[in-house]
Design a protein around this ligand. Structure first.
Ligand SMILES: [Zn+2]
Length: 178
């Protein structure tokens, strides 16, 4: 899915917008969409930079960090990328804009930028993929109260067993004597 920036690149102050619709089942490198990605994206020419804004929601297949089962993780995120207009020099021609090192986009690596833009188009799928990387939980849980693997659950059940409580009380008493 691409957003054509041809007209936006030519005139500062202009912008172009489109809706995002990436079907469920699409695989964006390591992410498989379990629900369609929907939202909007707008690219604006701010004279020295191209400002990309938008918002989208989807769900991706993830592995629960406790029980290791696969589940569908809903995600909602903003799209927010600014790149120097000199990124497009090869398309605009060498005379278009002088290179300005201070104009580098925030936190984006050269590779990120290269992956996002194909000549004069924004790769919306790649934009969404990069946003998923940032939005996905570091410790994914299939549900907030996931009890984890059966072994872990068995351990927790034993800990809560009243017969252990008696032993625990004895233990507490012993440490109280010291
Ligand atoms: Zn789980």
């Amino acid at each position: 899915m691409y957003l054509d920036l041809t007209d936006v690149l030519r005139d500062s102050g202009t912008s172009v917008e489109r809706s995002i619709e990436i079907p469920a089942g699409t695989v964006l490198e390591e992410w498989e969409l379990t629900e369609p990605a929907t939202g909007w994206v707008r690219a604006s020419n701010a004279r020295r930079s191209i400002v990309v804004r938008g918002a989208a929601k989807t769900a991706v297949k993830m592995e629960c960090s406790r029980c290791l089962c696969e589940y569908s993780q809903p995600l909602e995120f903003d799209l927010d990328v600014t790149v120097p207009i000199s990124t497009f020099n090869s398309f605009l021609g060498p005379a278009a804009v002088e290179e300005d090192e201070n104009d580098e986009g925030d936190e984006l690596t050269r590779d990120d930028i290269d992956a996002l833009f194909q000549e004069h188009s924004l790769d919306v799928s790649e934009l969404v993929r990069q946003a998923i990387v940032l939005a996905a939980p570091i410790q994914p849980l299939c549900r907030p109260d996931c009890e984890g693997l059966p072994e872990a659950k068995a351990y927790n059940d034993v800990k809560d067993d009243p017969r252990w409580a008696a032993l625990q009380a004895l233990n507490d008493k012993k440490s109280g004597l010291n």
